[in-house]
Design a binder for this molecule. Structure first.
Ligand code: SF4
Length: 220
C-alpha cells in the first residue's frame, strides 16, 4: 500500500463515519478507565451490560471501594477473568484515592502504574477521555488492539509482527492530519469488528476492498 492509497483508505473511513468513538459506555474518565480495564478478552457489549448496572450504583473510586471486592464481583461476574479484574479494579481505585485525589491522572506513567492498566489501556484513556494525540514526551501514540493489528497487517496499511511495531508503523505512515491521527484508532477497530472480521472478512461489501492488499479476500 502506498501513500496515496493510505490517504484514500482513511478518507473513505472518515466519510463513512466522521466522528467515531468507542462502543464502551462511559460518562467520565473514571468510567472509561474501568470499562477498558474490564474489556480485556471480553466484548464491549458484555462490558456494557455489567457497567450499565454497576455505574448507577458506583462510578467513583471511593464508591467502588465501598462496594468491596465481593460486592464488585457481583456486578462483573459475567465478564471473563472477572476475579482478577475485580482485584485490579479495587487496587486501582485505592491508588486513585490515595495518590490522585480520587481522579484519573492525565499522565501516561501514572496511568500505567495502576494495577491492570497497561500501555493500551492508558492510550485509550488519554485519547478517548482526554483527547490526547501526543503523549507527555510530545510523541504520537496509538492503542493497538487485535482489530487494529489485524487490519494494519491484512490491508498492508502498516504491517508489523508485534503490536509495538504496528503502532510505530501506523504513526510513521499515517498522513499528518489531526482528524486522521485522532480517529484512526476507532475507524480501524470498528472496521475490524464489523467488516474485516477475524474468521470471515466481508470483503464483498468492504468499502476499501479495491485498496486492500490482503491475498485471501473472501467474497460475501
Ligand atoms: S477487503 Fe477484506 S481483508 Fe481487506 S479490509 Fe476489506 S474486509 Fe478486510
Amino acid at each position: 500500500m502506498n501513500k496515496e492509497t493510505r490517504l484514500e483508505m482513511l478518507t473513505r473511513l472518515r466519510d463513512e463515519n466522521p466522528e467515531p468513538t468507542t462502543e464502551l459506555n462511559f460518562s467520565s474518565p473514571f468510567e472509561l478507565l474501568i470499562a477498558v480495564l474490564l474489556s480485556a478478552q471480553a466484548t464491549d457489549v458484555g462490558v456494557n451490560k455489567a457497567t450499565d448496572k454497576l455505574y448507577p450504583v458506583a462510578n467513583t473510586p471511593q464508591a467502588i471501594l465501598d462496594l468491596g471486592l465481593e460486592g464488585l464481583k457481583s456486578y462483573i461476574k459475567t465478564i471473563g477473568l472477572f476475579n482478577t479484574k475485580a482485584e485490579n479494579t479495587i487496587k486501582t481505585c485505592q491508588m486513585l484515592v490515595d495518590l490522585h485525589g480520587g481522579e484519573v491522572p492525565e499522565n501516561r506513567a501514572a496511568l500505567e502504574a495502576l494495577p491492570g492498566v497497561g500501555r493500551k489501556t492508558a492510550n485509550v484513556v488519554l485519547n478517548t477521555a482526554f483527547g490526547w494525540l501526543k503523549d507527555n514526551e510530545g510523541k504520537y501514540f496509538l492503542a493497538v488492539d487485535t482489530h487494529i493489528y489485524r487490519l494494519a497487517n491484512r490491508t498492508k496499511y502498516a504491517p508489523g509482527k508485534t503490536v509495538d511495531q504496528v503502532e510505530a508503523n501506523i504513526i510513521k505512515l499515517t498522513p499528518r492530519k489531526t482528524e486522521f491521527m485522532f480517529n484512526l484508532h476507532h475507524w480501524f477497530i470498528l472496521h475490524g469488528r464489523y467488516v474485516c472480521t477475524a474468521k470471515k472478512p466481508k470483503c464483498g461489501s468492504c468499502i476499501i476492498e479495491d485498496l486492500c492488499d490482503f491475498k485471501d479476500k473472501v467474497s460475501d
